[in-house]
Design a protein around this ligand. Structure first.
Ligand code: MN3
Length: 205
């Protein structure tokens, strides 16, 4: 089994005008594709070749000698998760009730959560990701640098992510990361996907 570039959950122009078709063609078609291809090159003819992408990420995170594999595999995973974290601006996604209750519990309001996503995105120095995660019955906003991902934490379950690498917005917004974040957070986040990632009652034990 080799890792595949997953289909986008919408067409390449579906996120316009916030994320242009041209950005998707580079970001998904070139960057994400390259992470998938490099992961396959590095695992081909090794004991990892039949593992899932998530298993490869966890394995590569265990020792810094696998840093190149980790960076490529984690970026492949993070990008798949990112595309699923978005939806077209004209598709309204009401926040499912269980998620909304947690948002009120931990942030006070959806507006506070949105502000924190934007602030953490602006504060992330250099390349990285902003995440809404679930940990110990609570929601948190965290950021990670470069390819780092909460799936290696052992305790944080990612619900949504936002790519804040320059390649995510430079063609559309140049250096205006704040405009990218504001528009994406207000209009493109897929709260249905976020709620689907919450653990079920049984998984929480
Ligand atoms: Mn990216």
């Amino acid at each position: 089994m080799t890792i595949q570039l997953p289909q986008l959950p919408y067409s390449e122009n579906a996120l316009e005008p916030i994320i242009s078709e041209k950005t998707i063609q580079f970001h998904y078609g070139k960057h994400h594709q390259a992470y998938v291809q490099k992961t396959n090159e590095l695992t081909d003819h090794t004991e990892l070749k039949d593992k899932t992408l998530e298993e490869i990420v966890l394995y590569a995170a265990s020792d810094s000698v696998y840093a190149t594999l980790f960076n490529n595999a984690a970026q492949a995973w993070n990008h798949s998760f990112f595309w699923n974290s978005l939806k077209p601006a004209n598709e309204t996604k009401k926040i499912p009730e269980r998620l909304m209750k947690l948002i009120i519990q931990d942030f006070g309001s959806i507006e506070n959560l949105k502000k924190e996503l934007i602030q953490k995105g602006l504060a992330q120095f250099g390349s990285g990701w902003v995440w809404l995660v679930y940990e110990n019955e609570h929601l948190k906003v965290i950021s990670t640098s470069n390819a780092n991902t909460p799936i290696t934490s052992g305790s944080q379950i990612p619900l949504l992510t936002i790519d804040v690498w320059e390649h995510a917005y430079y063609l559309d917004e140049q250096n205006r990361r704040g405009d990218y974040l504001n528009n994406l957070v207000e209009q493109l986040l897929n709260w249905t996907f976020a709620a689907q990632n919450l653990p079920t009652t049984e998984e929480r034990g």
